[in-house]
Ligand binder design. Structure first.
Ligand SMILES: NC(=O)c1ccc[n+]([C@@H]2O[C@H](COP(=O)([O-])OP(=O)(O)OC[C@H]3O[C@@H](n4cnc5c(N)ncnc54)[C@H](OP(=O)(O)O)[C@@H]3O)[C@@H](O)[C@H]2O)c1
Length: 323
C-alpha cells in the first residue's frame, strides 16, 4: 500500500474502502453480503494496509456505519475513519448532534474526517462550519471535509471554518475527469486531498458489463452510463484498459484505479462486492503506469462520449421497460 504525504494524525492510504454497498438496498447485494462478506472485506482491507474507510449516515440509513464499526472492532482507533452528514438542516447544534449519532453507530470515540455530503443549496456553510469547529474543539472530529463541492464553495467553507477543509470527495474516474479543471490543481497546490468516489464508474471500467449483460441493481439502473448504447460506446476505452492491463498482468479495473490515483493529492475509495475485488483494488496502489500509458488512457477517455442528461432520458425509459 502507498499513502498520501499529508500531515494528518494518521496516514491515509492511496486506496481506501467505500462502504455505500454495506447494507444499502439500492446496491442489492442482500443480507449474506451485509451480514458476512462486508465484514470479511473490512478485515482483509485492514490486513492489506488500507487506512481510509469511508461511510455516511445516509448509507443504508445508518446500517453502513454500524456494519463498518462492528467489523473494525478495536482497530477503529488505528484507521482514518471518515463519515458524512447529509446537510438537510445543517445548523450548528444539528451538526453536533448528528456527529455524535454517527460516532455512536460506528462505536468510535472520534471521527478522523467528518464530511458535508452535499452543498446545501439554500443554507450557506457558515452555520455548518460553526458546528464543525465546535466538534473539532471538543476532539470529536479531527479533520473537516466536504463532498460534491465546487472550488468556490470549498474555499468559502474554509473561510467559514477558519482553518483547512482537508478534502473534497468528488466523482472522479476515466469517465468523469471534471475535478481536473480546478479542484485537483487546488488540492495539489494547497496540500488538500481529493477523495475520488465511483473511481470505477460503478463497475463500468471493469469491462465486465456489455449491452447484453447489464447490471440490474437500482444504482446502476439509474446511471445512464449503463445504457446499452453507452456500454457499446465504452468499448474502445475498455479495449485500451485491457491492453495496458495485459502489460502489467493486471485487470482493467486495476488500471482504472492506478490512473485515478496518479496525482499525489488523490486517494480513491472503490466499493467492493467481494474480498477478491478488494484485494485487487488494493494491489492497484502499487501499479506504476508509464507516461505513455497514462496519456493513451486519457486519449481513449476523451474519445468516450456517452449519452447523458436529457438526451439519455428516452433510452433510460426504454431500458426501464426492458425494451
Ligand atoms: N460523496 C458522494 O456523493 C458519493 C457518491 C457515490 C459514492 N461514494 C462513495 O464512493 C464509494 C465508491 O463509489 P461507487 O460504489 O459509487 O462506485 P465504484 O467504486 O466505482 O464501483 C464499485 C463497484 O464496482 C465493482 N467493482 C469493485 N471492484 C472491482 C474489481 N476489482 N473488479 C471488477 N469490479 C469491481 C463492484 O460492483 P459489481 O461487482 O456488482 O459489478 C462494486 O460494487 C462508495 O462506496 C461510497 O463510499 C460517495
Amino acid at each position: 500500500m502507498r499513502y498520501l504525504a499529508t500531515d494528518t494524525a494518521k496516514r491515509i492510504s492511496k486506496i481506501g474502502l467505500g462502504t455505500w454497498q454495506f447494507g444499502s438496498r439500492e446496491w442489492g447485494y442482500g443480507d449474506p453480503y451485509a451480514g458476512g462478506e462486508a465484514r470479511a472485506i473490512v478485515r482483509r482491507a485492514l490486513d492489506l494496509g488500507v487506512t481510509l474507510f469511508d461511510t455516511a449516515e445516509i448509507y443504508g440509513f445508518g446500517r453502513s456505519e454500524r456494519i463498518l464499526g462492528e467489523a473494525l472492532g478495536d482497530d477503529i482507533e488505528s484507521v482514518f475513519l471518515a463519515t458524512k452528514i447529509l446537510p438537510l438542516l445543517p445548523f450548528a447544534p444539528v451538526v453536533e448532534q448528528r456527529a455524535v449519532a454517527s460516532a455512536n453507530r460506528l462505536g468510535a470515540r472520534w471521527l478522523d474526517l467528518y464530511q458535508v455530503h452535499q452543498p446545501n443549496p439554500v443554507i450557506g456553510d457558515t452555520t455548518t462550519m460553526r458546528g464543525m469547529h465546535a466538534l473539532q474543539r471538543v476532539g470529536l472530529v479531527g479533520e473537516v471535509g466536504v463532498s460534491n463541492y465546487s472550488l468556490d464553495r470549498w474555499r468559502s467553507a474554509e473561510a467559514a471554518l477558519g482553518g483547512r477543509v482537508l478534502s473534497n470527495q468528488v466523482r472522479y474516474s476515466l469517465v468523469d475527469r471534471s475535478p481536473e479543471r480546478d479542484l485537483l490543481p487546488y488540492a495539489e497546490a494547497q496540500e488538500r486531498v481529493i477523495i475520488a468516489y465511483s473511481p470505477l464508474a460503478q463497475g463500468l471500467l471493469s469491462g465486465r458489463y456489455q449491452a447484453g449483460t447489464r447490471p440490474t441493481n437500482r444504482v446502476r439502473g439509474a446511471n445512464p452510463l449503463f445504457l446499452p448504447e453507452n456500454l457499446d460506446r465504452a468499448g474502445d476505452l475498455i479495449g485500451v484498459l485491457r491492453e495496458v492491463a495485459d502489460a502489467h498482468a493486471a485487470t482493467p479495473a486495476q488500471i482504472a484505479l492506478a490512473w485515478v490515483i496518479h496525482s499525489p493529492a488523490v486517494t480513491a475509495i472503490p466499493g467492493a462486492s467481494s474480498v477478491e475485488q478488494l484485494e485487487r483494488n488494493v494491489a492497484a496502489a502499487d501499479i506504476d503506469l508509464t507516461g505513455e500509458e497514462y496519456q493513451a488512457l486519457r486519449a481513449a477517455a476523451e474519445n468516450f462520449q456517452p449519452v447523458t442528461g436529457r438526451a439519455a432520458l428516452p433510452a433510460m425509459a426504454r431500458a426501464r421497460l426492458g425494451r
